[in-house]
Design a protein around this ligand. Structure first.
Ligand code: TXE
Length: 470
């Protein structure tokens, strides 16, 4: 059994109780994580608070340490990636890419030049806008990209001068605990504490008096609970809550030319991506060609255990999510959708589900209206693109979207009608980079991560003014 410690005040800490971690490729326990006690949570919060005083003062030191942290993550990359594949299910190559992306985020925030914001500097006075750190940040992360999504919080929060207590999902605690061990070799004690536990630990973090900010990535219902919990103490929140992201194909697109990109935008990480394409809108004139091009790829993609050589898609991460996907596809078929590829579980142990393309899908069925977060993609036929835009903008989610056309000006006109955080043309998710803001409209969240804008979310604004004596 793999057992990893928490990191509290720079020390490796075990707990009396542990909880099991399942390998989704087998459905069996392979590891254990500490179940953080009330006293250990208090220690983590206290150590983050104590570390804040010194950490906030020296920006050059922070930048240097984030650079060292990136080196440490790269050096420990194989260990972290191996744990990630075992607990999350993704192909080992994808796990490696995820860990390297985390190191790249550290480098980006180490190198980011913060612009001076001097509003006035003349004979009548001086006025500057400063950005001050908030204090202790409580960070709570999900199971789809545990390492990268933790780093979207760690790197900007620490660069801005905050300290942190981080809790990964109970489905995928181990890679994050390993990351905590690795970063403890570089960072001063207390700057980054990593604790693990079940969902109630997350709730206790959000009502704890020490954190001044909660940075959360996860489901919309939990995001709403966190917003409510934060309100009493007016803690700041950034919430990244998933989406139901449409890909809108215009009638001058070439289905064969776009099919590979479109398929992987929907199925990478087995569809367990907040910004994955979750529904495809295709015009009647191209509908059959789009469905067939996607189905052909779904039938031939290699599904297997993440550690197996050549695997392109792994299992679904956990049993509740697997059951949800099974239920959504069954519901869609009862509502008149047709299987163009897949449509059933795979005949092997673990949480494997065939990559599934659903034709004859329509708005109003659950798999089109809700976030499926799994390897099943509905394709919906449309006649008038304005109807599609209306349906997308009226829905509760607004994270990302894409428009596909051989005429980019035309695609741009359609794209700018969409109310969502990012929209891409002839690509999907191409704006997910360390230097661009990422966040959603409506139920997809509050605030943004990444770039200078993400860093500002970990700060409070202060005006320093010096009027000239008169
Ligand atoms: O998420 P939760 P789950 C969606 C996806 C999936 C659904 C459920 O549709 O089907 O969410 O996944 C912690 N206070 N996404 O149940 O519950 C929890 O321990 C504070 C989209 O895993 O939101 C974990 O660390 N924290 C998403 C984290 O919240 C609480 C990625 C996320 O768990 C808490 C993952 C509480 N009351 C799933 N309850 C995306 N945005 O990409 C739980 N947690």
């Amino acid at each position: 059994m793999t057992v990893l410690p928490m990191t509290i005040n720079g020390l490796a800490v075990q707990s009396k109780a542990t909880f099991g971690v399942i390998d989704p490729a087998t459905g069996e326990f392979f590891g254990q994580a500490p179940d953080c006690t009330e006293e250990q949570l208090q220690l983590a919060m206290d150590s983050a608070r104590s570390a804040f005083g010194a950490w906030r003062r020296d920006e050059d030191q922070r930048r240097a340490m984030l650079r060292e942290a990136a080196v440490a993550v790269r050096q420990d990359g194989e260990r972290i990636a191996g744990l990630l594949t075992s607990e999350q299910g993704k192909p080992l190559q994808d796990a490696r890419v995820e860990v390297m992306a985390a190191a790249a985020w550290l480098d980006y925030y180490a190198g980011l030049e913060m612009p001076r914001e001097v509003v006035q500097d003349d004979r009548s006075g001086y006025a500057e806008v400063l950005r001050r750190p908030l204090g202790v940040v409580a960070a709570i992360t999900p199971w789809n990209f545990p390492v990268t999504l933790a780093m979207w919080k760690i790197a900007p929060a620490l660069r801005a001068g905050n300290t942190m207590v981080l809790k990964p999902s109970p489905f995928t605690p181990l890679a994050t605990l390993a990351l905590g061990e690795t970063l403890a070799q570089v960072l001063p004690p207390g700057v980054l504490n990593v604790i693990s536990g079940r969902d109630p630990l997350g709730a206790r973090m959000t009502t704890h008096p020490v954190p001044r900010k909660i940075s959360f990535t996860g489901s919309t219902p939990t995001g709403k609970a966190i917003a409510a919990a934060a309100s009493d103490d007016l803690k700041r929140v950034t919430l990244e809550l998933g989406g139901n992201d449409p890909a809108i194909i215009l009638d001058d697109a070439d289905p064969q030319a776009i099919a590979d990109q479109l398929f992987w935008a929907a199925f990478a990480n087995n569809g367990q991506v907040c910004l994955a394409v979750k529904r495809v809108y295709a015009p009647h004139s191209l509908y059959d060609d789009v469905v067939e091009a996607l189905a052909e790829r779904a039938r031939t993609v290699r599904v297997g255990a993440g550690a197996e050589e050549g695997t392109e898609l792994g299992p679904i991460n956990n049993l509740p999510q697997y059951s949800r996907v099974v239920g959504l596809v069954e519901d869609a078929l009862q509502q008149g959708a047709k299987v163009a590829a897949g449509g059933a579980s795979m005949n092997r142990r673990g949480y494997f589900y065939q990559p599934t393309i659903l034709a004859a899908a329509s708005d109003g069925i659950r798999i089109v209206d809700e976030e499926q977060f799994g390897p099943a993609l509905p394709v919906i036929a449309y006649r008038n693109v304005n109807d599609v835009l209306e349906r997308c903008n009226e829905g509760p989610y607004g994270l990302t979207a894409s428009v596909w056309s051989s005429d980019t000006d035309r695609a741009r006109r359609v794209a700018t009608e969409l109310d969502c955080g990012q929209v891409a043309i002839n690509a999907h998710g191409s704006g997910v980079r360390p230097d661009l803001p990422f966040g959603g409209a409506r139920w997809s969240g509050i605030g943004v991560e990444n770039g200078l804008w993400g860093l500002y979310g970990f700060t409070e604004t202060q005006v320093l003014s010096v009027p000239t004596a008169y």
